[in-house]
Design a protein around this ligand. Structure first.
Ligand SMILES: Cc1cc2nc3c(=O)[nH]c(=O)nc-3n(C[C@H](O)[C@H](O)[C@H](O)COP(=O)(O)OP(=O)(O)OC[C@H]3O[C@@H](n4cnc5c(N)ncnc54)[C@H](O)[C@@H]3O)c2cc1C
Length: 386
């Protein structure tokens, strides 16, 4: 596939370190002072997201012709990681934005990609993804939530998605729906500005409160063909799924990195007793380095693939995502235990890390979903791996 080959050849004008530094600069200057407001007050950081976009944070999995840097999935993961070190709510929103760029980058609807992708990649236009339900549906975890009835010039969509993040007035987000009276599915990008769509804020979360998360009700929403990513979309979903899953590991890597820093800080005061804990800072740090290397290597392999990957590579992607979840939970728990009573005070950093870590493990694909996928991957993959 020409698009992915362009990404894998990488733009000579950009360099990974410079890309990460540009993001780090926004994180330190603009995001760091706002973390508590985002986490505890539920403040949606739209201005910071625009700044991150301006720094290139969402543009790496997009080809230069469509406004991207062309650096590829590794740089996209590194951006999400850099942001998640400071604030996983914002790291998750960065992932939502990147996921939407990924859908548009991989669509055959070039007119749609040309129209929307440059502004989404640059963070001028904010965007998200409502694919939790279909991702679970495709592996037989739950029923599909949206149906799309073919009508003149497009589809009429009905149903409800319980939670979609990084939303606000005019934001775009990806959806998948079952095409009525057929076995096929379609994918499209939609926005709350389409007639018949309502966003509802009907839940408060233990973390990730400032992520602009709404339930989305579709009542006879007309989605024109010009907004369709793929219909039918089975082959398209297989193409986008590995990148969708792997880029999420950036959230876990960033979270674990920040936990290691917090543990080191605790050890300055409490190292004499913390050394008796099972999970030591060096253990978590060593596992982080290994997870990071594996994830980056997988990102390069996905970029170099022709879009469709074999079961062995998918298996490794799923395993990397599992490691991201399990290591997040372990690191956040170790951070609490290292910090002791100070961590038990409302508003402490370790307390936030603990709440954030559970999100890495429950956001789709959740740990149980990933383990189900791994279980279902064919025996040949197991044989090849051994
Ligand atoms: C803060 C936050 C942000 C999210 N952002 C997005 C997003 O941007 N895009 C997206 O597609 N998904 C989003 N989700 C959903 C998320 O990805 C998972 O699908 C969800 O956490 C449940 O996944 P699970 O596999 O653990 O399923 P389970 O929790 O095991 O089961 C999910 C089932 O519970 C049902 N359910 C939904 N809401 C409730 C409720 N309040 N109480 C009880 N049951 C309920 C669902 O319909 C579904 O059938 C978000 C969730 C949270 C908590």
């Amino acid at each position: 596939m020409q698009i992915l080959q362009t990404i894998s050849s990488k733009s000579a004008n950009h360099d990974f370190q410079a890309a990460a530094e540009a993001v780090r600069d926004v994180v330190q200057k603009s995001l760091a002072p706002k973390v508590a407001d985002i986490d505890l007050e539920g403040e949606y950081p739209s201005e910071i997201l625009h700044q991150l976009g301006n720094a290139g944070a969402f543009a790496h999995a997009v080809v230069p012709e469509l406004g991207g840097t062309g650096l590829g999935l590794k740089a996209a993961i590194q951006s999400i990681e850099e942001i998640s070190k400071e604030c996983m709510s914002t790291g998750f929103m960065a992932w939502c934005q990147v996921a939407c760029t990924w859908y548009l980058q991989n669509t055959d609807n070039q007119a749609l990609a040309s129209e929307l992708l440059p502004d989404i990649a640059a963070g001028k236009q904010l965007a998200g993804t409502g694919l939790s339900n279909p991702m679970k549906h495709f592996v037989e975890i739950e029923k599909i939530a949206l149906t799309a009835e073919p009508v003149e010039g497009g589809f009429r969509v009905n149903g409800m998605l319980p939670w979609v993040s990084n939303l606000g007035p005019g934001h775009w987000f990806g959806i998948a729906a079952k095409i009525a009276d057929s076995e096929d599915y379609m994918m499209a990008v939609v926005s709350d500005e389409m007639a018949g769509m309502t966003l509802r804020c009907n839940a408060h979360f233990i973390a990730l409160e400032g992520t602009g998360t709404y339930s989305c009700v579709f009542r006879d929403v007309f989605v024109p063909d010009t907004r369709v990513l793929a219909a039918p979309c089975e082959e398209y979903v297989l193409r986008i799924r590995p990148g969708f899953i792997l880029t999420q590991v950036g959230m876990g890597l960033g979270l674990v990195d920040s936990c290691v820093e917090l543990m080191k800080r605790s050890n300055k005061r409490l190292g004499h007793v913390n050394r008796f804990l099972d999970d030591q800072t060096e253990d978590i740090e060593a596992d982080l380095l290994m997870a990071r290397d594996r994830t980056y290597a997988l990102a390069d392999r996905l970029d170099a693939s022709e879009g469709m990957i074999d079961d062995q590579l998918l298996r490794e992607v799923v395993q990397a995502r599992i490691v991201g979840s399990e290591l997040s939970l372990r690191a956040a728990q170790a951070t609490m235990l290292h910090a002791g009573a100070r961590a038990y005070v409302h508003g402490s950093a370790p307390e936030r890390k603990l709440r954030e870590a559970y999100f890495v493990a429950i956001v789709t694909p959740a740990l149980k979903h990933l383990k189900k996928m791994l279980f279902a991957l064919p025996e040949e993959a197991l044989t090849t791996a051994s």
